[in-house]
Design a protein around this ligand. Sequence first.
Ligand code: FES
Ligand SMILES: [Fe+2]
Length: 360
Amino acid sequence: MAYNKVINKSNRTFERTLSYDKYTDPKVLEKEMDVIFSKTWQKVGHVSQLEKEGSFFTTEVANEPIIVVRGQDGVIRAFYNVCPHRATKLEQNESGKKRILQCGYHGWTFKLDGKLNKTPNFRGEDAACVQDACLRPVRMEILESLIFVNLDDDAKPLAESYGDFFERLSKFPFLGELKRTNVKTRHLKANWKAFVDNYLECDHCHVAHPSFIATLDMNAYQIMTCENYSVQASSVKPDKNYGSVELDEAEMQGGSFYWLWPNLMLTIYPGPGNMATIQLKPIDHENTLIVYTYYFRDEELTQDEKDLVAFAEQVRQEDIDLVELEQIGFRSRAFERGRYSSSEQAIVQFHEMVLEAIDK
Ligand code: FES
Ligand SMILES: [Fe+2]
């Protein structure tokens, strides 16, 4: 074990956290990009973004430009968004609908299944020489309408990568009805792992999130570590009122807050069908782009849904402020590591996974 175990007089084990240089050293992030972000399933979108043939969106995974497109045959595929002729980034738009993809440099065109279409500067025999120059595919899988890609050709299939996580999600039958309704991004002035640490414990909830503890029954709050993911769950306080909306059994359940190795969080609050994902995209070792994506049944949010978004945003801002303060301390010489409380087993799991990946 790469961190210190400290045993106190009552013989209880207190483990020390990841050393703080893991949050402040640019070389650590470089390694994480190589051995973590380039080898894990990364959520890139939702099928509701690709409803029509020819619809596409572009994104980045571990600094690689990626395009995800629904072909004329209805099949969704992912490719590196890079031209095989001379590496130019192919599609510049974030999203749209096209019959053909055209490179802006020498005008090569590609069908939506990635096959080469036309090569204006290679004609006749020249064209025959480059006909195998197709877009390079990326592994892609869709579960519960969420689209994931993995840059590692040897990675396990998505469904096998997260234990029984997708079975758990299937208990929320409304998920298939949800659409991606809005996306918000925030710039976090902290290392991506500090945000995960914050998400994985609720010891801070009583101090920092008064609205959260007023809504959820904190006596029933549980944290469970599972295979490559963890879940925090609570029941909703019995007096919470959802107006005249009729809720099914799954909607009556309490909040469920999942974390998926390494950088994805997924939350389902009690109340009318909803889901949100939080994805962390490191900008550098001390700056992170947080992408919050909300999913509801309809793009026009009801008042209840707007209230839920406002509630979630409030809690999130409280967390961001704390994590940025923590990053200041990571840079200090005062301490080298933190300590875990006995209810922080999900952070222990996360840290063990980080160390296992980067120490290889
Ligand atoms: S780089 Fe794309 S056509 Fe030349
Ligand atoms: Fe929090």
